[in-house]
Ligand binder design. Structure first.
Ligand code: PGA
Length: 242
C-alpha cells in the first residue's frame, strides 16, 4: 500500500484527480469505479476544471458507482445518481449511457443486484476504484460484519450510517433504510484502488483499517490484502499513522 500525505482537503483532491486523470490518459476507455460522499467532491470539481481546459477526454470512459439508496429515483436530490450527475457527469463529455449507478427504483433486490453484476462483468471489471471510508470502516455501503465474498447486494444501513447521512435529508425519517452496494469481492477485484480521506474524525478508522487486523468488522481492512492500493489523506486524517 502506498500512503500519500496531503497538506489539506484541496491538496488531497488535486492529488486524487491527478491519479484519475492519469488513468484516463493511459487508457482512454478506462472503467472508473466512483464514489459519493463529501470526500470526493473536490476531486470531481478538479476533474471538471481540467476537462474545461481541454486536458482530459471522458468520451470513451465507463463509470460504475459503488452504491445507491434503495427506493430513491435518480431525480431525488439525495440519490447517488443525482449526486454524480450534479458533481461530475453533467459537466464533462462522458456518454451518460456509459455511467452506471445501481437502480434504486428496482424494488426487486435480487434483480437489481444481478443486473449490476452483469454490467460490471460486461465492462470487464474496474480499472481504478475510488473509495471514501465511513467512520465505521464501511466501503461503499458494506457495513461492519458484511461477508467479504459478496458481489452486489442489498444492505440494511446501520443506525450510525443513517444518523451520519441524515444531515443531508430534511428529517431522519426520510433517510432510506436499505441500499444496493457493490460488494467487497468486486471492490477487491478492481485493478487499482484509490482511497481518499480527510479530517481528524477519519484518523482512528484509517489506523484501524490499514494497521489493525483484517476483519469483516472493519470492512476497509480487507484492502490490506489488495496488491495495488493508494491512500491519499490529509494531515489530520493521518495523524495517528506515522
Ligand atoms: P464521506 O463518506 O465522504 O461523506 O465522509 C464516506 C463514506 O461514507 O464512504
Amino acid at each position: 500500500m502506498k500512503i500519500i500525505k496531503a497538506k489539506d482537503y484541496n491538496d488531497m483532491s488535486r492529488k486524487a484527480a491527478n491519479i484519475i486523470s492519469a488513468q484516463v490518459i493511459m487508457k482512454p476507455n478506462a472503467v472508473l469505479g466512483l464514489a459519493t460522499g463529501t470526500t470526493p467532491i473536490g476531486a470531481y470539481a478538479q476533474l471538471v476544471k481540467w476537462y474545461n481546459k481541454g486536458d482530459i477526454d471522458f468520451s470513451e470512459v465507463t463509470t460504475i458507482n459503488l452504491d445507491e439508496y434503495k427506493g430513491l429515483d435518480g431525480t431525488h436530490p439525495q440519490s447517488y445518481r443525482y449526486f454524480m450527475n450534479e458533481h461530475l457527469f453533467n459537466h464533462i463529455n462522458i456518454d451518460i449511457n456509459n455511467t452506471h449507478v445501481p437502480n434504486g427504483k428496482d424494488e426487486d433486490s435480487d434483480h437489481a443486484c444481478e443486473e449490476y453484476n452483469r454490467i460490471i462483468n460486461k465492462a470487464g471489471g474496474i480499472d481504478l476504484q475510488l473509495l471514501g471510508i465511513g467512520l465505521d470502516g464501511h466501503i461503499g455501503f458494506n457495513e461492519p460484519g458484511t461477508a467479504f465474498e459478496l458481489g452486489t447486494h442489498c444492505v440494511k444501513l446501520t443506525e450510525s450510517t443513517i444518523q451520519a447521512n441524515s444531515r443531508l435529508f430534511d428529517s431522519i425519517d426520510e433517510v432510506p433504510k436499505e441500499a444496493y452496494t457493490m460488494g467487497v469481492k468486486t471492490i477487491m477485484q478492481a485493478r487499482k484502488v484509490l482511497m481518499i480521506a480527510s479530517g481528524a474524525n477519519k484518523a482512528e478508522i484509517l489506523k484501524e483499517s490499514f494497521f489493525g487486523p483484517v476483519t469483516p468488522q472493519v470492512p476497509a481492512s480487507i484492502l490490506q490484502m489488495h496488491p495495488d492500493v493508494i491512500l491519499i489523506a490529509d494531515k489530520e486524517a493521518l495523524s495517528l499513522i506515522e
